[in-house]
Design a protein around this ligand. Structure first.
Ligand code: ZN
Length: 254
């Protein structure tokens, strides 16, 4: 049976920088409106770490590696294109659109379509926690958590060629991916995506829509306005799901 490709990833960026600003007093700066001409360099994604679910290795690509920025963005484009499901913490409104903007600037076009699972959005939607940071959630769930904090100083040093800073941001980036993978595995039964559509033969054998396991237990029935369906519980990831076929259609009353 073919397995869907689940990608967990996280990007690191440098912020934009302004040109030196002229001012006669501190007050001049306080009310100053910045125009695009005042920007010296725009913010950009400088590196990313990723892991294919089921593999141990965490990969790392950066603009300071061989081929420079063009190769980095092409590799990121290929990575997303290969994925069936893309997972990240705040990835739907941060990581994915940032990369897409950079693909557009580079003239790369859209990557092949993929589904998304955002661990931040899922936690926000399903739980009423006070905080939903990656570090907070992984600690509260007793999972592997991150080890370092982002620093723009380290990020700028890394793009300027400081090898120690490059190693540090790589370690930090990879640590975030490992934490996100742990959080994904913990949160996925709360998700509503269907990986079954990526598996050949899933029409005949009932499989879990979240983890594609066939270790499903028949547990009760699910009713809808159309009728009753077999309900399943996945003993692997603990997701509830329902069969595709109607057990008994609702008799229409006129
Ligand atoms: Zn499952």
């Amino acid at each position: 049976m073919s397995k869907p490709k689940v990608l967990v990833f996280d990007i690191e960026r440098v912020p934009m920088r302004t040109k030196p600003l002229e001012a006669w007093s501190m007050k001049d700066l306080q009310y100053r409106r910045l125009r695009p001409e005042d920007i010296d360099s725009w913010g950009r994604t400088i590196c990313l770490a990723y892991q294919w679910l089921g593999e141990r290795k965490v990969h790392f690509i950066a603009e300071w590696q061989e081929g420079g920025r063009a190769a980095f963005l092409q590799n990121a484009h290929d990575m997303l294109s290969q994925a069936d499901l893309v997972v990240g913490h705040n990835s739907t409104s941060f990581d994915v659109p940032h990369l897409q903007g950079e693909f557009a600037l580079e003239g790369l076009g859209e990557p092949e379509p993929f589904k998304q699972f955002d661990t931040l959005l899922t936690a926000r939607k399903k739980f009423n926690f006070e905080a939903n940071h990656l570090d907070t959630l992984t600690r509260r769930f007793g999972l592997r958590h991150k080890t370092d904090k982002y620093s723009s100083k380290v990020a700028f040093a890394a793009v300027d060629g400081d090898e120690k800073a490059q190693k540090r941001i790589q370690r930090y980036n990879e640590g975030d991916v490992r934490a996100t993978t742990a959080l994904y595995l913990y949160l996925r039964p709360w998700g509503s995506f269907n990986l079954g559509t990526f598996v050949d033969g899933a029409d005949e054998t009932p499989i879990c829509p979240i983890c594609t396991s066939t270790k499903l237990e028949k547990r009760g029935v699910r009713s809808s306005s159309l009728g009753r369906y077999q309900q399943y519980f996945c003993t692997h990831c603990r997701k509830w799901s329902k069969g595709k076929r109607l057990l008994s259609p609702t008799v229409e009353v006129r």
